[in-house]
Design a protein around this ligand. Structure first.
Ligand code: PLP
Ligand code: ZN
Length: 451
């Protein structure tokens, strides 16, 4: 890419009544005029976007080129906000789309109808790395020297990993007692300054925004629009895995709603570029103990409404949560969030993709997680909310048995080993598979195996 990045991309407020725009050399995170979220936008006519999506496929084989090795930067024309010299990669996005016949049959679907996009294969074990490759590239572009994030766990692990690769000082904020062990161990091991706030994720999120603006740290939560550009590539790889066929449904867990927002933007842009004919439908799955999106959309009728969504209704809802001292609770710690920062962008994604929102209980999540473990590649609890949600959507007839469905498995099974061990050892569900104790005696062992 030869043109200056300032000619190719810019940031713009998503509020149509504001629409303020800024160049990508600025570090803002929210619109300074109206406070809404920012998008990264492109001058597509100046970017050499391939005429067909399949033109990207040849890069898959070109592993000696550092940008082609990255599952994010292989699609660089679709996120052209930064010159190559600033781009960062640690090999993120080398993930696979697994066709899973066993789980499809188990759910009563056609055996070839279900795919699982396994983002647990990323360097830090979750999809967050896709976003960090893009956001840290922007951090380098603007010359940041220190960064921070609030996290339910995986963001801190990913930020810590990319920060030491880029030589940035890094502080992560986690809620006390809320974070899964695998994730906390990563943040500490990768050398992040780890601060446990006595509070939940929403408290951390508030504090980190205040700290970043006061001290000038680079913020890496999904409020950062450059992160979402990296997360768009998860959808490009899903399409690639389906030989560029658009599935009927994408099912994704909803926490801070960065992923669902990024997916919606990806399909909006592909449609605009004429690279797909229609977007898939989107199903966002909340946990019942952290169901803000579900409640606002299904019970209170909140809609994108061309960007003029009812902002006062959202504020009133959050005030209600504060007044009843509500704190979200679910075993799926990655989606234990009650004030999702990307709510407005997610409403847009639901609009673009004719989406639905459902909620599932912790028991449904744990059983679905065990199902993915038994027949698939394993995943963490939040990821399994997708399979639990799919089961519900099939039961109610919203998704038909012959529709092509992709569930996004957002994180690796080893992220939360305690939950898995307890599920099996304490026989917490229908798929529990506890260890069997046996005396140290050959005959007894053989007897047991044969039984
Ligand atoms: C962050 C995370 C989520 C939630 O994603 P959002 O983009 O915040 O909605 C879900 N699953 C896993 C494993 C995560 O790390
Ligand atoms: Zn604005």
């Amino acid at each position: 890419m030869t043109a200056d990045y300032k000619d190719l991309a810019f940031q713009q407020c998503i509020n149509p009544d504001c629409g303020a725009s800024f160049d990508c050399g600025q570090t803002l995170f929210r619109c300074p005029s109206c406070g809404d979220l920012l998008d990264v936008r492109y001058h597509w006519d100046k970017i050499p976007v391939p005429r067909r999506l399949s033109d990207f496929a040849r890069r898959w084989a070109n592993r000696n080129h550092w940008l082609d090795l990255s599952g994010v930067w292989r699609f660089r024309e679709l996120l052209a906000f930064c010159p190559d010299q600033y781009k960062v990669t640690i090999g993120e996005g080398q993930t696979i789309l697994e066709q899973n016949q066993a789980i499809a049959s188990h759910l009563g679907m056609g055996p070839d109808r279900l795919f699982l996009q396994y983002e647990g294969l990323n360097p830090s074990g979750s999809f967050k790395d896709n976003g960090m490759a893009a956001a840290f590239s922007h951090a380098r572009l603007v010359g940041a020297s220190s960064c921070a994030c609030a996290s339910t766990g995986n963001t801190s692990a990913s930020v810590a990993l990319y920060a030491h690769r880029c030589g940035l000082k890094c502080t992560v904020f986690v809620g006390s007692g809320r974070i899964a062990f695998g994730k906390l161990s990563q943040a500490m091991d990768y050398g992040a300054q780890t601060i446990q706030i006595q509070g939940d994720f929403d408290d951390c999120m508030r504090q980190v925004q205040a700290v970043c603006s006061r001290v000038g740290l680079y913020l890496l939560n999904s409020l950062n629009p450059f992160r979402l550009e990296g997360q768009k590539t998860i959808m490009f790889r899903v399409l690639e895995g389906l030989d560029w066929q658009v599935p009927d449904w994408i099912v994704v867990p909803g926490g801070n709603l960065g992923n669902s927002s990024a997916f919606g933007k990806a399909f909006m842009e592909l449609k605009e570029l004429g690279l797909i004919q229609r977007p898939p439908r989107l199903a966002v799955i909340n946990a019942t103990g952290a169901n803000t999106l579900w409640d606002l959309v299904n019970n209170r009728g909140l809609r994108w409404n061309g960007g003029r969504y009812d902002r006062r209704q959202v504020e009133a809802y959050y005030k209600e949560l504060t007044d009843r001292h509500f704190s979200p609770h679910t075993c799926a710690s990655a989606i234990e969030i009650s004030r999702p920062v990307n709510l407005s962008k997610c409403l847009r994604a639901l609009d673009v993709c004719n989406g639905v929102v459902r909620q599932v209980t912790d028991q449904q999540i744990c059983d679905a997680k065990a199902l993915v473990g038994r027949y698939g590649l394993g995943c963490e609890p939040a990821s399994a909310a997708t399979v639990a949600g799919l089961r519900e959507l099939l039961a109610e007839g919203t998704i038909a048995k012959d529709e092509l469905v992709v569930c996004i498995l957002t994180g690796h099974m080893l992220k939360d080993p305690n939950l898995t061990v307890n599920y099996h050892k304490d026989r917490q569900g229908s798929l529990s598979n506890p260890p069997i104790e046996v005396p140290n005696d050959l005959e007894r062992i053989i007897e047991l195996i044969k039984s």
